[in-house]
Design a protein around this ligand. Structure first.
Ligand code: COA
Length: 357
């Protein structure tokens, strides 16, 4: 069997209608629009309405992605939902999504890895395609963090938003999709982003509830240091695996947590900020949804083109990190090889012959 790649044939994003601005938060916690913008770059976040759930947001994003892909839900071979904020502790929200989409009997699972979840899920989907097991896979990144945030804690409540993003991958023999990736984990930093009493180690009881130990708590400074240290390193590893360099990348899509972290990554990679897609001002940190939502927004605004080669890079709780080189539209092996080594003239000749790179 020829090598199989997972082409992104559909994408979709859903953000709740309700927008909460920094000015709104000024009225409820001791903070200011200026402080939030200066420290994070965030101007607003979308917050789910009471009737919305992780599953309903996931399904909205998935329906758009399936529509673009011109695929029925029943054509799917697998559904992966990257999330840490599913509707219930059990069952996994992926089964609800499968049922609501009408993807009868399609296998579905949750991949729970915080902000890196979507890239872990995307690279997992790629393995099912590379091995020839599945043809069509739906990958969703969805979070409803507003229900896990302590709205009286200014250290965390200003940072997060709700959203869902989805990709449909389809097997193809043409070189595209995930060309290289790097995943990593360092559990010694697990205390830095944690909801203490939301798991089996510390079951929720009256005391933990009163102390708010089921809410997300964060050591912002430590997370900041970790993120600025890891983003350049993991990006380089994914590029090396893809046998590419930063010069071969059209756009870098980092996890949208904090503008200062993206600026620090740009400095450490010696790149101007124009190379990075920034959407954190609109959506805040939507964890596993942040990268697919940013890509959908970038595609809609024209900042990302359909044949772009992207570098996706993320960090988050665990602590974990992930990066992937993602070729949106297929490139021929020939054009791929030429693009890596070509002079501008040869590259121009290749593209004028209908090959994109
Ligand atoms: N408004 C006003 N003041 C605030 C505030 C807010 N929303 N949040 C925190 N502060 C205060 C702190 O209480 C602290 O006050 P103190 O010195 O009196 O104790 C002061 O601001 C400085 O806090 P510090 O933690 O040093 O600020 P910072 O420059 O590190 O910025 C973060 C804080 C959270 C914005 C920053 O550390 C960060 O973004 N970290 C990464 C977080 C992240 O990305 N998490 C998600 C990972 S997936």
């Amino acid at each position: 069997m020829q090598k199989q790649y997972g082409r992104i044939i559909g994408w979709g994003a859903y953000v709740p209608e309700k927008i909460v601005t920094n000015y709104d938060l000024e009225k409820t916690v001791d903070t200011s629009h200026e402080w939030i913008v200066q420290r994070t770059g965030i101007h607003q976040r979308h917050i789910a309405a009471p009737h919305e759930t992780n599953a309903t947001m996931s399904v909205e994003a998935a329906r758009q992605a399936l529509h673009k892909a011109n695929l029925a839900a029943a054509d799917l071979d697998l559904i992966i939902v990257a999330t840490t904020t599913g509707d219930h502790l059990t069952p996994a929200v992926s089964s609800q999504v499968q049922h609501m989409l009408g993807a009868t009997d399609v296998p579905a699972f949750v991949l729970s890895n915080g902000c890196t979840g979507f890239l872990y899920a995307l690279t997992t989907a790629q393995q099912f395609i590379s091995s020839g097991v599945y043809q069509n896979i739906l990958v969703i990144g969805a979070e409803l963090l507003s229900r896990y945030v302590d709205w009286t804690d200014r250290n965390t409540c200003v940072l997060f938003g709700d959203a869902a993003g989805a990709f449909v991958l389809q097997a193809t023999e043409e070189a595209c999709g995930v060309l290289g990736f790097d995943l990593g984990s360092d559990g010694s930093g697990s205390q830095h982003i944690i909801a203490h009493a939301a798991g089996s180690a510390e079951p929720i009881n009256a005391t933990t509830f009163d102390e708010g130990r089921h809410f997300i708590r964060m050591n912002g400074r430590e997370v900041f240091k970790f993120a600025t240290r890891i983003l350049g390193t993991t990006s380089q590893r994914a590029l090396t695996q893809a046998q590419l360099s930063l010069n071969d990348i059209d756009c870098i899509v980092p996890h949208q947590a904090n503008l200062r972290i993206i600026q620090a990554a740009a400095r450490s990679m010696n790149l101007p900020m124009e190379r990075f897609l920034v959407k954190v001002h609109k959506y805040a940190n939507t964890s596993a949804a942040s990268i697919p939502v940013a890509i959908c927004d970038g595609l809609a605004s024209g900042e990302i083109k359909l044949d772009d080669r992207l570098l996706l890079v993320s960090f988050g709780s665990g602590l974990t990190w992930a990066s992937a080189v993602l070729q949106m539209a297929p490139i021929t092996e020939f054009a791929y090889a030429v693009a890596k080594t070509a002079s501008p003239e040869v590259a121009e000749l290749v593209s004028s012959n209908g090959f994109t790179h």
